[in-house]
Ligand binder design. Structure first.
Ligand code: NAD
Length: 328
């Protein structure tokens, strides 16, 4: 089967090629898939996409015109896909529901540890032969309350780690996950926000979860709360969080995702002027740590993404499309 792979980086190719072992014809394109780049998929039976490709109604219409039959996401989330348009056009949509929950959970913990103990600032000081400790004071995680919003694969892995640190773990999810019995206590979202010293977001971006962190929810949190978002940028109303950082209501912010990341992340922009003033303001705070959507980026996760993506391509070709990988 001919597959147009969009948003390709060298590391994607390095994982996909051996996983494919020559059975499909994978053609790699560096640009994001958008309505403008979709004509590149002319003559392909499938497109393979990632988190910042734009699969809106316009893009889907171009794909459908070209008789593309499958959209194979090489990620778990599909909030960038217009599901109604894909369904109406009769395309199939596959994803990688689980690759390494540990990769993302461990990155969330890395952000917590860095922010708490000011590791990035400490490292810069030591490089300058400045060994003073003023401003580097942290707190024991042991005994603190950690709130986990969304207790699917990643939320569970994260909760287990925080339990290991000796934290009290609160959880919120419309579905209680039995894997957290004895590890976390389920509470409503208001109680989780009110009680937690650290809040980590692990739910998908949906209309119901968009901007769940806004001025009102921030006001209901503990002063000085630590917020961690490795899930999707749109869960947070960034200007509201900036106001919270300025007032001290937000004590620490760790982000791996940002609502407007599509034009920023995954590229070297070091020679370009930053045009996003909200993002620029975020980077001025000493108690903010931002990484560029790298939580998934471990060897094990990339291997699993490649393997599942190839299995999805095989299944489509064989007409055997069922299971958690298949959204449509
Ligand atoms: P999952 O589907 O296993 O779990 C998501 C959980 O969120 C489910 O239990 C679901 O019931 C819950 N949920 C849905 N609506 C909710 C709500 N309103 N409030 C609270 N919980 C709600 O997904 P996962 O594999 O654990 O991934 C979680 C998210 O992490 C994904 O949606 C994706 O956006 C993000 N992610 C980020 C990276 C990264 O590199 N930063 C990588 C993979 C996934």
């Amino acid at each position: 089967m001919k597959v147009a792979v969009f948003s390709t980086k060298s590391y994607d190719r390095e994982q996909l090629e051996p996983a494919n072992a020559g059975r499909h014809q994978l053609v790699y394109f560096e640009p994001h898939l958008t309505a403008l780049t979709a004509p590149l998929a002319q003559g392909f039976e499938a497109v393979c996409c990632f988190v910042n490709d734009t699969l809106d109604a316009d893009t889907v219409a171009v794909l459908a015109e070209q008789k593309v039959g499958l959209i194979a996401m090489r990620c778990a989330g599909y909030n960038n896909v217009d599901l109604a348009a894909v369904k109406a056009a009769g395309l199939r949509l596959a994803r990688v529901p689980e690759y390494s929950p540990y990769a993302v959970a461990e990155h969330a913990v890395a952000l917590i540890l860095d922010l708490n103990r000011h590791l990035h600032r400490a490292h810069n000081r030591v490089r300058e032969h400045d060994y003073s400790l003023t401003g580097l004071l942290g707190f024991d995680l042991h005994g603190k309350t950690v709130g986990v919003v969304g207790t699917g694969n990643i939320g569970v892995a994260f909760a287990r780690i925080m339990k290991g640190f000796g934290c009290r773990v609160l959880a919120n999810d419309p579905h209680v996950n039995p894997a957290l019995e004895g590890i976390a206590q389920y509470v409503d979202r208001a109680e989780l926000f009110r009680e937690s010293d650290v809040i980590s977001l692990h739910c998908p971006l949906l209309p119901a979860t968009r901007h769940m962190i806004d001025a009102d929810s921030l006001a209901a949190m503990k002063p000085g709360v630590m917020l961690i978002n490795t899930s999707r940028g749109g869960l947070i109303d960034t200007p509201a969080v900036i106001e919270g950082l300025k007032s001290g209501q937000v004590g620490y912010l760790g982000l791996d995702v940002y609502e407007e990341e599509a034009d920023l992340f995954f590229e070297d922009k070091s020679n370009m002027l930053l045009q996003d003033d909200v993002f620029a303001r975020l980077l001025t705070f000493p108690n903010v740590m931002v990484t560029g959507h790298q939580a998934f980026f471990t060897r094990e996760a990339l291997q699993a993404i490649a393997d599942t993506t190839l299995r999805n391509l095989d299944a489509f070709e064989a007409g055997a499309v069922s299971g958690p990988e298949w959204v449509l």
